[in-house]
Ligand binder design. Structure first.
Ligand SMILES: [Cu+2]
Length: 160
């Protein structure tokens, strides 16, 4: 059987893609650290979820979608300076670099929960499903925390 030179070149160029796929799907390759949802006063219908997405794998991965049964709509957002004001904008995707991490944090990238179905109390766990570029997904529970609480460990660290 004869394989043309061009067919061989196609095979060789596919090899890196195949080996990346063998390393596992995106959801299994990523770790989600310190997820939390910001507590909001009763009557406030929207809030945001934050977390650190760690990617120890050799391939870049991308968060393409988030969903939660706690909200009518879940969107990926970022904050931007527009005419001196901070505005939130939806983003199509959030990249997590190979051997790196991406932080979703106040004032930056976040998962926006729009139209909360039930009031969220501090200590509640909000289920979130994160979906990645290959269609794989991860289910996490993000505890509800008050603003500022997440700063405490950092201050403790500075005092050492
Ligand atoms: Cu937002």
């Amino acid at each position: 059987m004869h394989i043309g030179k061009s067919a061989l070149l196609v095979l060789v160029s596919l090899l890196p893609t195949l080996s990346a796929a063998w390393a596992g799907n995106a959801a299994d390759s990523l770790a989600v650290q310190e997820p939390y949802v910001l507590a909001v006063p009763p009557g406030v219908g929207n809030t945001a979820a934050y977390m650190v997405l760690k990617n120890p794998s050799a391939a870049q991965h991308t968060l393409t979608k988030a969903s939660s049964p706690a909200a009518r709509v879940t969107e990926l957002h970022t904050h931007m300076h527009v005419n001196g004001m901070m505005e939130m904008r939806p983003v199509k995707q959030i990249d997590i670099p190979a051997k790196g991490e991406t932080s979703l944090q106040p004032g930056g990238l976040h998962v926006m929960l729009i139209g909360l179905k039930i009031p969220l109390k501090e200590g509640d766990a909000v289920p979130l499903t994160l979906t990645f570029e290959d269609g794989s997904s991860k289910r996490i529970d993000a505890p509800v925390k008050k603003a500022g609480m997440t700063m405490a460990p950092m201050q403790d660290h500075l005092h050492q």
